[in-house]
Write a protein that binds this ligand. Sequence first.
Ligand code: CS2
Length: 495
Amino acid sequence: MPSPANLPRLTRSVLPALQTHVLSPRWREPAIGIVHLGIGNFHRAHQALYTEEAMLAAGGDWGICGVTLQGDVGKRDALMEQQGLYSVVERGPDGARVTVVRALREVLAMPHDHAALFGRLADPLVRIVSLTVTEKGYCRDAKTGDVALDDPGVAHDLAHPLAPRTVPGILVAALRARRDAAGQPFTVLSCDNLAHNGAALRQVVCSFARRVDAALADWIAAEVAFPSTMVDRIVPATTDAERATVAEQLGYRDAAPVPCEPFRQWVIEDRFPAGRPAWDAVGAQLVDDVTPFELAKLRMLNGTHSTLAYLSMLGGFATIDAAIADPAMHKLIHAMMTQEIAPTLTLPASFDVAGYRDALLARYANPALKHRCAQIAMDGSQKIPPRLLATIEARIDAGQPFARLALAVAAWMTFLRGHADDGTRYEISDPLADDLKALAASAQGEPQALMNALLSVRDVFPAQLAARPEFRTALQGALQLLRKNGARRAVAAMQ
Ligand code: CS2
């Protein structure tokens, strides 16, 4: 197999030689109609692919300008050297399928490319600004849902509204320019794992705007659409395995391929005053209200993903497929979905919950993906509330047990000690890592002290939930179970 380093680079000039690896040979280079904030693997394996298919199905100038907000000029340069091209490496039980994606036309890196970005955002042909910036990218106050004024980036942007670096700062500056030019606003499309993600982003943006210009905030609230979406595709981080697969199948070097599973789903509230790609023509579901779909996914998939991740970081499973292959873990997750999570969902009669559960378990078991538990374990302070705490609150309100959900939260709390049951150390990657690690260390492994210390973190645990005796009792029991038995035996005991 050729080494990728010795192969010519993937560029648009070699596309004619790759016609068996593109969605269709019929391709017209589109003008840019979408700016996407957060040009990570997930966007490139999900929305960008849907958007290329939509253009192939129904035309339209929906080329994508992707933006990295982390100043990742290496990613920008790697993709721009390929003229925006990259490969999606779909890994299923029956092998790998490589598809070269052409919809990405430009990549910018903030803050370096500030002028280019705002030139794009001012262009009336840009009718959608979409986002995958992960939960922490919203700069959201967990207690109020407004913009977090104590966020250093927000403080900078409020002081320098014409040189923004945060999502709310950039969106407000761009929408102000649209209003001042008497232009039509773009639609703001959140594609992150947050409940009611469009409404959540709208509240952050409007509360930021109100601090800058109340009339602008009123205009945004009245004129700008923030549809919510549910996005789903398991997309691990890129490894050399993807670069090797692309080299083998294409005979060209791709510096930024993206691995993913075969499954994908996109449910979108259909509110696009300035128009949208024909996503509905290529499998996306355009609906009036995405809520049932987003809660099912957030709680059944993301909630059990995080459960598997933290129990595995303690119990020594490196990947999701290895964890779900363990009979006790499989039984725990199956029962958690069936008995504790599914009853909290309000779903259409046509929604086959048992089928959804079984499909998730099969997706987790995909041996080709090697989705690392450490990747899913990142940013727990941002993920635990929407994925697990909201479900627990629903169970308490219904007077129903939630021992497995409590074990998941206890596993995250225990994970913050920084080592597995066998002593193997790992890094904690989380916006609140320093505070969380210090609080966990202060408890010195004592379950009640650990619970009291971490329940005091208001950016994670609302005061009302932290005070509920049912929650404290279940959580303390789970912490004691983990401390006494370790993760694997605790899971076995939880059957
Ligand atoms: C995962 C998600 O890393 C994580 O937190 O739970 O990225 C998950 O793979 C996607 O939401 C699946 O659609």
